[in-house]
Design a protein around this ligand. Structure first.
Ligand SMILES: Cc1cc2nc3c(=O)[nH]c(=O)nc-3n(C[C@H](O)[C@H](O)[C@H](O)COP(=O)(O)OP(=O)(O)OC[C@H]3O[C@@H](n4cnc5c(N)ncnc54)[C@H](O)[C@@H]3O)c2cc1C
Length: 373
C-alpha cells in the first residue's frame, strides 16, 4: 500500500496548520486555496489576535489551548519567526458575571502565572484603562498577541518544505465521496484522495450546503485608533472584557495605535464572503465609540483604519470538528466562533490525526453536534 493521500481544502488559519501537521507525519498531502496562504479576506487578517491562557466560556477548551501553546513554541522554533508575542494580557470585567467567574477558575486551573487586580491596582499598573465600579482584572502573565497572516503563511511554507503540495489560486468547486476515497474538483480538474480535510472558514456553506443549518457567517469589523497624545499607549497591553461589556483590544507593534473589536451582535451576517464591504460604514462605528468613551478615553475616537474579516459561528459557539455527516472520509473543521486562532496549532494536530487515524488524543467530545444537521 502506498502513502496515505490527504487533501486539505482551504489553507487559512486551520487548513495551513493541518497541512503542516500532515507533512510532518509523512503523509502525501495536497492543499487547495482560493487565494494564497496568508491572505486577509477570511478570518486571519488585521495583524494581531489575542492569545490568552484563560478560558471565559467553557473550561473544557483548556487542554486544547495548553497543547496549542506548546505547538506555538515548536512552530516558532522550527521557523525562526516570532509568531506569538508574550507581553501579558488583561481579562477585565465584573465578577458578578459567569464569564469572569469561569475566567477565575480557568486562571487557577491553568498552571500559568496570573494575578487578580482590583480596580485601584489595575489603574495604578495599567492607567490606559477605565473600568466599571466593582470590576476586577486578571493579569495573564503569559498571554499576549499572535500574528495571524504570518502564522498562516509560515505553517504553509513549512508544509511545502516538508514536501506537501500547495495549489494557490485554486478554488474547490465540489467534494464527492467515491468508492473508498474522495474526489476534489477544481477548475484545473479532479484530484483523488483517501481522505480530505475541509477548513473553508466563511465559505463552508457554499462548498458544503449541508452545514447551512449549523453555521452562520459574520463580517467582523476591526478598527484602529491612535492615542490622543504620544504617551497614552506606550505601555499598553492586549485586553479583553468579559460579557456583558464584551470588547477587546490589541496594540500595534510600535504602540502608536490600538486595534479594537466588539461583540457578535454588532457584526452583520455575510453569507457571501467574497462580496462583503471591506471597510466599515461610519454608522457601524458607534459601538467602538462607546468602548472608547467608557474604557479607553485616551484614544482619539476617529479611526485611522477599519477592515472587515469573516468568521463562522455555531449556535452554542462550539465548533464542528469531525466527520462530515454523509461522507466518512471527509473531516470538517468549522464554526470557530471568534476564539479559534489561539487554538489553531492544536486544531491542526487534531485535524491531521482525525484524517490519518480517525481519532485524536485530545478530548473533543464536548464539541459534538451530532443530530444538529
Ligand atoms: C476580527 C476577528 C478577530 C478575532 N480575534 C480573535 C482573537 O483575538 N483570538 C482568537 O483566538 N481568535 C480570534 N478570532 C477567531 C479566529 O481568527 C478564527 O476562529 C479563525 O481564524 C478561523 O479560521 P478558519 O480556518 O475557520 O477560517 P479562515 O482563516 O478564513 O480560512 C479559510 C480558508 O479557506 C479558503 N477557502 C474557502 N473556500 C475555499 C474553496 N472552496 N477552495 C479553496 N479554498 C477555500 C479561504 O480562502 C480561507 O483562506 C477572530 C476572528 C476575527 C474575524
Amino acid at each position: 500500500m502506498g502513502r496515505l493521500k490527504v487533501g486539505v481544502v482551504g489553507l487559512g488559519t486551520m487548513g495551513s496548520q493541518v497541512l503542516w501537521q500532515l507533512s510532518k507525519r509523512g503523509v502525501d498531502a495536497t492543499g487547495f486555496e482560493t487565494y494564497f496562504p496568508g491572505h486577509s479576506r477570511g478570518a486571519a487578517g488585521g495583524e494581531t489576535r489575542l492569545f490568552r491562557n484563560i478560558e471565559l466560556e467553557d473550561l473544557r477548551y483548556a487542554p486544547i489551548v495548553a497543547r496549542a501553546s506548546e505547538i506555538w513554541d515548536d512552530l516558532q522554533g522550527v521557523s525562526g519567526r516570532e509568531l506569538r508575542v508574550i507581553s501579558g494580557a488583561l481579562v477585565m470585567g465584573s465578577p458578578a458575571h459567569t464569564q469572569m467567574q469561569t475566567a477565575l477558575v480557568a486562571a487557577h486551573q491553568s498552571g500559568k502565572p496570573y494575578e487578580v487586580l482590583d480596580r485601584a491596582e489595575l489603574r495604578a499598573r495599567h492607567p490606559q484603562f477605565e473600568v466599571d465600579p466593582g470590576d476586577i482584572a486578571i493579569w495573564d502573565r503569559t498571554g499576549g498577541s499572535i500574528r495571524p497572516e504570518l502564522t498562516v503563511a509560515t505553517a504553509a511554507d513549512l508544509a511545502e518544505q516538508n514536501g506537501a503540495t500547495i495549489n494557490r489560486g485554486s478554488k474547490v468547486r465540489e467534494i464527492n465521496e467515491t468508492h473508498g476515497g474522495v474526489t476534489v474538483v477544481t477548475d484545473a480538474g479532479r484530484f483523488d484522495f483517501d481522505r480530505v480535510v475541509v477548513a473553508a472558514g466563511g465559505w463552508i456553506n457554499q462548498l458544503l450546503p449541508r452545514f447551512e443549518s449549523l453555521i452562520t457567517v459574520r463580517r467582523l469589523i476591526s478598527a484602529w485608533y491612535f492615542g490622543r497624545d504620544a504617551e497614552y499607549l506606550k505601555t499598553v497591553v492586549p485586553f479583553i472584557r468579559t460579557a456583558p461589556t464584551y470588547c477587546y483590544g490589541l496594540p500595534v507593534p510600535d504602540r502608536t495605535a490600538m486595534k479594537l473589536g466588539v461583540g457578535y451582535e454588532d457584526h452583520l451576517p455575510a453569507d457571501r464572503p467574497d462580496e462583503v464591504e471591506r471597510i466599515a460604514r461610519p454608522d457601524e462605528l458607534a459601538p467602538f465609540e462607546r468602548v472608547i468613551a467608557r474604557y479607553m478615553p485616551g484614544l482619539n475616537p476617529y479611526p485611522m483604519r477599519t477592515e472587515t474579516y469573516i468568521e463562522t459561528y455555531t449556535p452554542d459557539r462550539h465548533e464542528w470538528i469531525g466527520e462530515h455527516p454523509d461522507m466518512g472520509n471527509v473531516v470538517v473543521l468549522a464554526g470557530f466562533s471568534g476564539h479559534g486562532f489561539k487554538m489553531s496549532p492544536a486544531i491542526g494536530e487534531i485535524g491531521a490525526e482525525l484524517a490519518i487515524d480517525g481519532k485524536t488524543g485530545l478530548d473533543i467530545d464536548f464539541l459534538n453536534h451530532e443530530g444538529e444537521l
